[in-house]
Structure formats: structure tokens, C-alpha cells
Ligand binder design. Structure first.
Ligand code: E4P
Length: 221
């Protein structure tokens, strides 16, 4: 399963990029609004610093505008994935963009039917928003399970990108279901790496090493 970072924060992207755990980035207008500086510059910087796919969202709500914006965003780099909202005009735009070979990520997906339609229209990725479904008392992960099974039944090539993740356990569940990608806020990726027993164990190893360090002076510490 691929791991994307769900952020427009360049520092967080650099941090996790250096660890080699990032396969790509997803952004959206809300995430961009939290950062300092012109959004276009931030998007260009992110596209240039990450090798993998970077989702950038269109603002237009009519297919003709979405297509124009997609062509514009694509100029930032070959790794740009154009994020299209799951609305009827978005499906129309998808049809054109997929015939032009432009990769897309259909965002704001809240049902298996929406995912099925997006896949039929040629989406590269569909993004079911798990956390926002959970927030209103639905079971977000049940939608992911359903989408993965439908795509398998019909050998649809569209990848399932689990979005709006709120908890590290969402990542485990998505992986068990067989989702293709999860996109995570930086704090969730940070939590995935940590375990109190790892920290406790390392502390004990280091303090025990202190007792014998003089016998191996060439090792650090
Ligand atoms: C995905 O592409 C979206 O940017 C994101 O996951 C939305 O998450 P939120 O519900 O935490 O805003």
C-alpha cells in the first residue's frame, strides 16, 4: 500500500521525504489556506521536491473550467495528478482528461456508487473520505471495503486512495482491506512510527551500553 502525505506544508513534506516513507502528496484548497505564501508557489515547490504523484485540486465547477485548470496545473510537472470533485460536471471533465492521458484523483467521494461512476469515467484514483463519514455517524471504512471489492469484481484499474484519515488504526484497516493508497495528515504518520515500548527499549539498550562502552571505543556513544 502506498503512503501519501495529506498536506501543503513544505517542512512536513521535507521531513518525511527524507525518511523515504513517502510515495506521494495530496493537497486541497483548505490545506493550502493554512500555509503562508501564494498557493501557486507552494504547489510548484511541492511538485518539484517530490518524485511521486502530487494531487492538486481544480477550483472550477464546470467541466470546461476544470479541463482548462487541469492543463494549467499539469505544466507544473509530470507528476501532477489533477484533483476533480465528484460532481456531474467533474465526471464530464474526467472523460476528456482520461482521453488526453491526464491522471486524475476524484475527491469528495462518500459512497461506493460515486466511486464506481468515477472509475467508469476514467479516474486514476478515487478518494473516499473516511473521517468525514465517521464524523456524521456512518462507517467510513465500510465504504472502502465495498469500493475495493467492486473494483476487484470488474477488474477496474482505478486505485482506491483512502482519505480523511483520523487515526493510525484507519491505516491498518485500509491495508487489511487491500486499498491501494492512504493519504495521511503528518501527525498521523508521526504516530504510526512511534510506540512507547520502542522508546523504553531503546533507553534500556543505551543505558546498558554505557556500562560496557569502554570495551568498544570505536562505536559511537
Ligand atoms: C484528501 O485528498 C483530502 O485532502 C483529505 O484527506 C481531507 O481530509 P479532512 O476530512 O481531514 O479534511
Amino acid at each position: 500500500m502506498k503512503i501519501f502525505l495529506d498536506t501543503a506544508n513544505v517542512e512536513s513534506i521535507r521531513k518525511y521525504n527524507d525518511m523515504g516513507v513517502l510515495d506521494g502528496i495530496t493537497t486541497n484548497p483548505t490545506l493550502l489556506s493554512k500555509e503562508q505564501g501564494p498557493p501557486e508557489e507552494i504547489m510548484k515547490t511541492i511538485v518539484s521536491m517530490v518524485k511521486g504523484p502530487v494531487s492538486l485540486e481544480v477550483i472550477g465547477t464546470e467541466s470546461v473550467h476544470m479541463i482548462e485548470e487541469a492543463h494549467y496545473l499539469k505544466k507544473y510537472g509530470q507528476n501532477v495528478i489533477v484533483k476533480i470533485p465528484m460532481i456531474p460536471e467533474g465526471l464530464k471533465a474526467l472523460k476528456t482528461l482520461s482521453s488526453e492521458g491526464i491522471s486524475t484523483n476524484v475527491t469528495l467521494v462518500f459512497s461506493a456508487n460515486q466511486a464506481l461512476l468515477a472509475a467508469k469515467a476514467g479516474a486514476t484514483y478515487v478518494s473516499p473520505f473516511i473521517g468525514r463519514l465517521d464524523d456524521i455517524g456512518h462507517n467510513g471504512m465500510a465504504i472502502v471495503k465495498s469500493i475495493v471489492s467492486i473494483f476487484r469484481n470488474y477488474q477496474l484499474k482505478t486505485q482506491v486512495l483512502v482519505a480523511s484519515i483520523r487515526h493510525p488504526d484507519h491505516v491498518v484497516q485500509a491495508a487489511e482491506i487491500g486499498a491501494d493508497v492512504v493519504t495521511l495528515p503528518p501527525d498521523i504518520l508521526g504516530k504510526m512510527m512511534k510506540h512507547p515500548l520502542t522508546e523504553k527499549g531503546l533507553e534500556a539498550f543505551l543505558s546498558d551500553w554505557e556500562k560496557i562502552r569502554n570495551e568498544s571505543p570505536r562505536l559511537t556513544k
